[in-house]
Design a protein around this ligand. Sequence first.
Ligand code: ACM
Length: 766
Amino acid sequence: MFRNLFIPIIFTSLAILFSACQENNTVEFDPSYDIIPLPAQMEKQEGFFTISTDTKIVTATDNEALASLAGYLKEAIKTSYSLDLEVSGNPAENSIILGISENELNSEGYILEVKTNGINLSSKEPAGVFRGIQSILQLMPKDKPYVSNVTITDEPRFPYRGMHLDVGRHMFPVEFIKEYIDYLAKYKYNTFHWHLTEDQGWRIEIKKYPKLQEVAAYRNETLVGHYSNQPQTYDGQRYGGFYTQEEVKEIVAYATERHITVIPEIELPGHARAALAAYPELSCDGQPVEVATKWGVFEEVYCPTERTFEFLENVFIEVLELFPSKYIHIGGDECPKTAWKKSKYCQDLILEQGLKDEHELQSYFIQRIEKFLNSKGRSIIGWDEILEGGLAPNATVMSWRGMQGGIDAANMGHDVVMTPTSHCYFDYYQSDDPNEPVAIGGYLPLEMVYTFEPMPEDIAPDKKHHILGAQGNVWTEYLKTPESVEYMILPRMLALAEVNWTPVDKRNYDDFTKRLEPHILGFQEAGVNTANHMFDVKSTITSGKGEGVGVQLITDSPSPTIRYTLDGNAVDGNSDAYSQDIAIENSGTLKAAAFKEDQQVGRGLEIDFNIHKAAGKKITLVHSPAEKYSSGGHGAIINGVMGSDSRYGDKEWLGFEGEDCIATIDLGEAQEINSLQFKFYNGQGQWIYPPKKVEVFTSDDGDSFTKAGELAEINAEGKICNVQLDLEAINSQYLKIHIHRHGTIEEGKQGAGHDAWLFVDEIVIE
Ligand code: ACM
């Protein structure tokens, strides 16, 4: 059966190779069509076009936009292939024609025809021609100036395709910002959301307020390591800087040439500590503060006084001069209300304006700013907290805490950009390898980005057009260098590019990973610090059904062979090849790695199993953990494997929000139980607290339970909280374990007023 399928495939690819050789006589070229994002429609054809020194780029040179596009293409070909093509206004043979013409596609759509004797690219708008140029460049192998013959009719699925970059926590040279914009251009993004002001630094020159440059742009030192590390230590190094207005103009022009809009973000009313360090009179108590030296959310926020509005309006007047974007991002997220609650001025203002509370006061604040920006012909965009207390009339919402804010806003008739932490936060870990560079937390592997669906199911059909698209966010608390940013965005931003661009029925992760391989190789050869987890062996551990512990192994790219050992020996090209689930019956270490022709590729995997009395047994939970923090299944807490000590986002942890963890474990038969060991996460910066108490009950019939013991006063020092409950050789088949969550986070702490998260790892029963 295989043979029959195989012959035509070989035959077809040989035929292409052969005809390519015939037409160009001396060259061999294996055509490539590894375009990311995948075009909406692509018809591959035999043969290819050869770009030579005689090839001309033909366009209407008196059209400024087209001339600029021709110049861009000329430079790209010169840089990569050392061919300096002539740009001409006259039709010619052997040319790449860039034109504007009517079609049924949207404004960034394009039609590209590559034939052996030339290329024709057209669009309704210059932006579409630019997107088409990216497809031409991606059709070319890196070392040969050939373009595979093809007909492409393509257009984006969503009109807003964004990437964000926080330069407040760490800033990056202008050259890197341009490199970042180049990645956006290559993968057909059209928006760069530039997060310019933060508690830890103000990064844009505002000439009217020199102290923003002298004071707000610098912090005295920076937190070392992860926020949750205890005790917290600092590096003692002054850090900072800002982008001059000339640099900002240069970056905006660079992006504009690439048909990318730059949206500046000036955060208000929160995340404003750097500005308040420069101008404390803009806060409610006027007390001096320093530019923040650690991460998190701070209580020092702008006070809604006339003096503050005057300051912000003056700031925006300069910002608007620099950024021609329709949207101005005004932040709006994570604004503690403590200072406003204490302020007589704010309380009087609440009464005077007939507002209900501080949330409505925030809404008043945002609406004042919106009115001002609307009067200048601009629209505001803000994080989804701007929904609280009433949404400003013309605001667009960036939904980050999930999809719901976006759904609510769209149902109210507002435009929405989807950027939920679950799929769009590129500051999260992308691998559960313990050697990953320190990141803020969370877990967002490539496939999860790829499977993101920005269009919510439960949205009225007549509101769907309000979902403008998706954006990847890059917060830089833990990203100090350009290389570290490269690592977090590549290749995840390629997956998001396809989410935003490609028709949903054409998206296929296996096909994507095949096309991705040459892109990753290209980055590596260019010295770009891309992540590459495609050949890393990943595991899915099954447990919790009473059928023992099993392991499935997989790599993102289906091409290599996975080999493994269970006896502690290193894996090599002779180790057993993986073909089906591995049953883990004894404690020990599973080692696995992927091989291509006996050469290991990608990172190997090692999992230590402790097959204790509950491992692989049946577990039932009264309340389900949060979907995004239960990817390992409910059995993850009795699968014999410990989760990471440094983060809670891997598959071994279960995260509960607003519910206790109440588990019943059926050991299959009565067993002697001497102890239960628990592991909880303590990440107060991420609103995660250890439980208040744990109660354990036993039963012989699974119906009537008797209390066997409890742990109270669970104190945590570091990130991990290990506790043990000793029992006196109790014989029981069933155990009920009630882990009581912390409850509401106290005032003065991050996340005050919210219910604390509870994160539970392996429950070891001995
Ligand atoms: C955010 O991540 N605070 C928008």
